[in-house]
Design a binder for this molecule. Sequence first.
Ligand SMILES: [Zn+2]
Length: 300
Amino acid sequence: MNIFDSMPTEQELKNLIDSKAISSKSALVMAQTYYQNGDYEKCIEIYLIIIEMQKDPIEKKETLYLLGRTYFKAGFLERAQEIFLQILKQFPRTPKALRYLLIIYEKMHQFDKALEVLEPLDELGIDNRKDRIYLQCVAIIRSAEYGVNEKAELLLALYKEHHILSYLIFEYLFRFTPQMAWQNLDLGEAQRIVDILWNAREAESNLDIIHTNSYLRELFSAKGLELSVTESSLFEFDVLIKLNIADQGGATLQFDYLCGECKQIYPFAFHRCPNCNGIDTVVTEMLLTKDHFEENSSLQ
Ligand SMILES: [Zn+2]
């Protein structure tokens, strides 16, 4: 019988492994196949059966890790947390379990606990600078203690000190304190936050800043501001600028978001990659598309 052709029931699986008809090694391979196919329920069942039978603590630890990872992937954060804590109780120096625990606390918005997990990771010699600053930023944004302006000041102070997380920080600033965002805009990051700038409020009141930078001049000419720009070396901007000059509508920009680490593409921006968990890896890509708003209004 080919075990991959049909889906054995829990009892059949238990019998197969119990009777040594399949080794725990091939049961692990089977679980991995279910994991890759997104059948986490079956995958979890197999790991639980294997763990029950495993005697060697190191082997058991590995299977527990795989189980915790599967609970995490399936969205059972509390169960995943329990499993990783169970591993760490016996093996405190397990970086991969600590890393998952950190992300679980972060997802549960328990930022103090997440920051605590950084300490044992630090002791293991793992560089956590980015994680620490990121957690500080997210904790500030979600804090009930500060008002909008205080949050903006704190985020900006972190940005000026560390020069990372430009997407996260300027997204907040442009959304809640646009004047502060314009005044402190890091022009070197303009391409990275092109979507935020494209949708930025109060662009018209900040023409003096826009005028100082050729990328901003081209971007806002493409958007339709009168800035005496006639062309751009960037195809998308160039097309939009020429359409605006000809007084033609019908096109606009849309954005895609690529993870610079794992290269996954998403239709939404992210601060921690949902696939590889990388922080601050977002790369904004623009796409020229039909402007449906224009299209619809021209029909009326
Ligand atoms: Zn990624």
